[in-house]
Design a binder for this molecule. Sequence first.
Ligand SMILES: *Cc1c(COP(=O)(O)O)cnc(C)c1O
Length: 399
Amino acid sequence: MTERMARPETAGARADAPHRVREAPRPETMPIYQTSVFSFVDVDDVMDYYEEHPPGRYLYTRNGNPNVDVLAESVAAWEKAPAACAAASGMGAISGALLALCQTGDHILMSRDIYGGTFVLAHTILERFGVTLSTADLSDTAAAKRAITPRTRLIVAESIANPLLQVADIRALAGLSRQQGALLLIDNTFATPLLCRPLLEGADLTVHSATKYIGGHSDVSAGVVCGNEDLVARVRQAIATVGATLSPFDAWLAVRGVKTLHLRMERQCDNALRLSEALAADGRVKVHYPGLPSHPQHRLAQERFAGRFGAIVTICLPDDIEQVNRFMNALPDIPFAPSLAGVRTTLSHPWTTSHRGFSEEQRTACGITPGLVRISVGIEHPDDLTSEIRSAIDTVLPA
Ligand SMILES: *Cc1c(COP(=O)(O)O)cnc(C)c1O
């Protein structure tokens, strides 16, 4: 170290400089590249970066970071996707996709029970730029066909939709969108790639809110888009340009989630099936779950989802907020937390949270009523869950 370097101001500014000269350690887990920028030896080096895009080289974290890329690659491997990119949230991913794929004059067809944020993005932002939007029940292929227009460029649906868990026939939608020369984007958040790989069924892009099952512990916001190289390159550029960039630490957390996704999801789906069967047998509340024979797309789900049906169960309490509150208050260990997919079971109330942005008519058209409670089933012992929820139902609808 030179004399000059020894001055505290200089030494402080360069406090982590020794890492540049030490031999690289070999940590068991991936380090977090918590850096906004990467350095270059000289101008030749930076020109080489621009021209050759050497793998493993980065310039600026908003445009690319090793932790963010590893998250995208790990989800692409599950989805069997040729390419993927990540964003700061599920909405960052969906915004990137819609901004990359739509232009003035295009028509977007969305399922009418699409995630509220996706609807609001198209309705309040894209419509201002001359994109038109309509919605239809896309779990009904005939209705989907009727809703397509000559200007339809993009169809957006969810493999399992919220909150009534309608299952989309992705192959049928892919056929319709191909006929029309439109692209099909599937939000695969609820199903996860464990149940469904939309690209293998003909979808052009899939998006995930990795905030949900991929992260799995309710401690991170992230999103991923999967598809072919060309589409993903366009989406990646849109995400970087609008700055919906995922932070390295959040990417690292989401990658930790990917490691146990299949274990959590298997257990959560098993628990959800047991809970839904117990509540259906109990008979006091209507139960929506694709694993029950009473579900309108049960056969389709059986055929497409590799024997599992997801980990969300929705029940109908009486349409009275006071009774919904009584039910929630009877479940001290199952919090009302308006998200989903953590290892702990939580409740949500679509009428006042996820679908609050919908008009009352829209909510009614989607079958969303004030008494609907969505249960995101966790990894607890299934007998505990069933007995806790049944005794909470006792407080509303005594046996
Ligand atoms: C939560 C969610 C989103 C949005 O994801 P964020 O990470 O909250 O931005 C999109 N689609 C579905 C189906 C979701 O559940």
